[in-house]
Design a binder for this molecule. Structure first.
Ligand SMILES: [Zn+2]
Length: 364
């Protein structure tokens, strides 16, 4: 075993590595000259068996040769990778102007926004004007001017979020921490709209409202639409006609409306109103006699509250032209989420606020 043989191996290896045309051929050469069964590996393994006088010379020659071959392999590998990349860039061109696969859909409005706009369209078509008001509201507009005197139990029915008032709060609106709140309904705008414009007045108030309430059908924040009509000679029949027109636009031309006596502090008389069920046609049962799950077999679906404006409410704005002896009016209100859930067959209000795209995409 001579140092000359090692030099020969190194030459052969250099030729094989330089001649490798691709990474597979290079790997073949690497195994042939550096692998477990390679001649050079055998030489290195047998050094301890050599005569001590030969060990140093052969050992250092073999190690140098191995390092040299390793460096040649690494260098050629880099060259081949660059060549192969260049070739694949030539042959596998991407057309970046092609659409993605599958093409991403363009987004759409949230179901609550779509429902609110639909309601606005219907009521604007009936002659109403859209007005919006503050979400942080004075007790005066949220309760007092809507005929909820202090200590009235109706104030307790709406679990209210109170807000620490700012120090420069107008003292005419009261003082103390109980006098500023997150509005519990959009009804405060009834009073604000009447302060702003004399009768006749036809406004709707869409917007966010807040109550301490949270389950499958209640959320601490939800959207309401409030409607107010004031003029001379308006009656409960006008209210019923308005509701009927609106509900037929939202739920189909065959719908009927039903009003049931109820109590609200700011309307007298007050009603709750229902729409005839659009799944069973108001029959309470489906074809084949199965009970209708949507209306729970009743044939009617509860939607909102309404009534004739209480003359006491006009008393708070009488100096703006609302004389309780000459004008009458009606008001109605309902939840936007409830309408969206009914129209889209959703079982849980919270789906509307979790904003899971997989859910929202079903309602494009
Ligand atoms: Zn039904």
């Amino acid at each position: 075993m001579s140092v000359e043989r090692i030099g020969k191996i190194e030459e052969e290896a250099a030729a094989a590595i330089a001649g490798a045309g691709d990474t597979a051929e290079l790997e073949e050469a690497r195994v042939r000259f550096l692998g477990r069964k390679a001649e050079l590996t055998g030489i290195l393994r047998g050094i301890s068996d050599l005569d001590p006088s030969e060990r140093g010379e052969v050992g250092s020659a073999a190690n140098r040769a191995r390092e040299a071959i390793e460096a040649l392999v690494a260098g050629r590998a880099g060259e081949l990778e660059r060549e192969e990349l260049g070739r694949s860039l030539e042959t596998d061109r991407l057309d970046v102007t092609l659409p993605g696969s599958p093409p991403r859909p363009v987004g759409h409005l949230h179901p609550v926004t779509r429902t609110r706009r639909l309601i606005e369209d219907v009521l604007v078509g009936l002659g109403y004007r859209v007005v919006e008001g503050p979400e942080v509201e004075h007790d005066f507009y949220n309760f007092t001017a809507l005929n909820h005197p202090e200590g009235h139990p109706a104030r307790m029915l709406q679990d209210t979020f109170y807000v620490e008032p700012s120090e420069d709060l107008d003292p005419s609106c009261g003082s103390g921490p109980m006098d500023v709140l997150l509005r519990t309904h959009t009804s405060p705008m009834q009073v604000r709209a009447m302060e702003d414009s004399p009768p006749p007045l036809f406004v709707i108030v869409p917007g966010k409202t807040y109550r301490r309430d949270s389950d499958a059908t209640h959320s601490p924040m939800f959207h309401q639409v409030e409607g107010l009509a004031v003029g001379e000679g308006l009656t409960l029949a006008d209210l019923k006609g308005t509701l009927l027109e609106m509900l037929r636009a939202l739920f189909g031309p065959d719908r009927e409306v039903r009003m049931r006596p109820h109590f609200f502090p700011f309307t007298e008389p007050s009603v709750e109103f229902d729409v005839s069920c659009f799944r069973c046609g108001g029959q309470g049962e489906l074809e084949g006699g199965e009970r209708c799950g949507l209306c729970k077999g009743i044939g009617w679906i509860e939607l909102g509250g309404a009534g004739m404006v209480d003359p006491n409410v006009f008393g708070f704005v009488s100096e703006h032209g609302y004389d309780p002896d000459t004008v009458t009016g009606f008001a109605f209100g309902f939840g936007v989420e409830r309408i969206a859930m009914l129209r889209h067959g959703m079982g849980d209000l919270r789906f509307l606020f979790e904003n899971d795209v997989r859910m929202l995409e079903q309602f494009s």
